[in-house]
Design a protein. Structure first.
Length: 297
């Protein structure tokens, strides 16, 4: 797997200019060169940068970090994890979770994400850490620079955390409106949908969660038997505009008695026509406002 310096910037949260300075002054990284003399980086260089960033955020100077051997860096990272004072910032959590995910270190990943949920609560943890983590990993998924094993490893742990917190709410009665949540039959990244389910249940709404890869015929059957007030779905994958438009037109016809809420890929959704009747949710803030007063959206 190879990365440009722009990729490193997005994955580490460190500006490209700063990365170059670290290379020139402290030999922090050793970029490789293509036949056309273009700089690029491999997995080892990415992991090294993430390690450097973590130690730098703990207070160590770059010059000191870059003088250490790999084993000394690993030892310091272990000490930092187990004896930290709990005042870590959001970027620290994101960087460390990426590092543990790339190494398939389930124990450390679980410990750190549990710590972040304990500190912030699940809702703020999703906003500050999980969502930015998914955005950074999204770069790797889009470039096919992360193997399916990494994706499943990270996603399944995060799903487990959200499911656990949903179960905590399962004994609470629901007095709000009925929401139907699903992904189209060609979509399978359901973490955002799971978080939406959690937030809706927190507001005591009745949630019917269908998950990923749901055919429109199934949605039609549900509407023939149930009174659904709201429908929420994500369209994340890139798709041709005519195909996306056809899908939304069919969905709008099937769900004509409910309010439709749509989130996901802005490049796809932005090309849709005749969607004034659909609430396009572009940010987490907009989603929270929607579920607080859905009748006004």
């Amino acid at each position: 797997m190879t990365y440009s310096i722009a990729d490193l910037e997005q994955l580490s949260g460190i500006h490209s200019h700063t990365i170059r300075i670290w290379e020139q002054r402290y030999n922090a990284l050793s970029p490789l060169r293509s036949q056309g003399n273009t700089r690029f980086y491999d997995d080892q260089q990415l992991r090294k940068l993430l390690n450097i960033v973590s130690l730098n955020k703990s207070g160590l100077k770059i010059s000191k970090i870059c003088s250490l051997s790999d084993s000394e860096i690993d030892e310091l990272l272990d000490q930092q994890f187990y004896y930290s004072s709990g005042d870590k910032d959001d970027d620290y959590y994101v960087g460390e979770l990426i590092r543990y995910g790339l190494a398939f270190n389930e124990h450390a990943f679980n410990q750190l994400i549990d710590e972040s949920i304990d500190q912030f609560g699940l809702a703020d943890c999703y906003r500050k850490i999980i969502y930015p983590l998914l955005l950074r990993l999204g770069l790797m998924w889009r470039k096919d620079d992360i193997c399916p094993a990494h994706e499943h490893f990270l996603s399944n742990i995060i799903r487990q955390k959200i499911f656990t917190h949903i179960n905590y709410l399962s004994l609470h009665g629901h007095s709000g409106q009925k929401w139907l949540l699903f992904l189209p039959e060609d979509e399978d990244h359901d973490i955002g949908l799971l978080f939406a389910s959690y937030m809706l249940r927190m507001q005591h709404h009745h949630v019917i969660f269908l998950g990923s890869k749901v055919p429109l015929d199934s949605i039609k059957r549900i509407f023939s038997t149930l009174n659904v007030d709201h429908v929420m779905l994500f369209m994340i994958k890139s798709r041709l505009a005519p195909a996306a438009q056809h899908y939304i037109d069919r969905l709008s016809e099937i769900c004509s008695t409910a309010k439709i809420h749509l989130a996901g890929n802005s490049e796809v959704i932005g090309k849709l026509n005749h969607i004034d009747h659909i609430n396009w949710i572009k940010t987490l803030d907009e989603f929270e406002k929607t579920i607080a007063s859905p009748l006004n959206t």
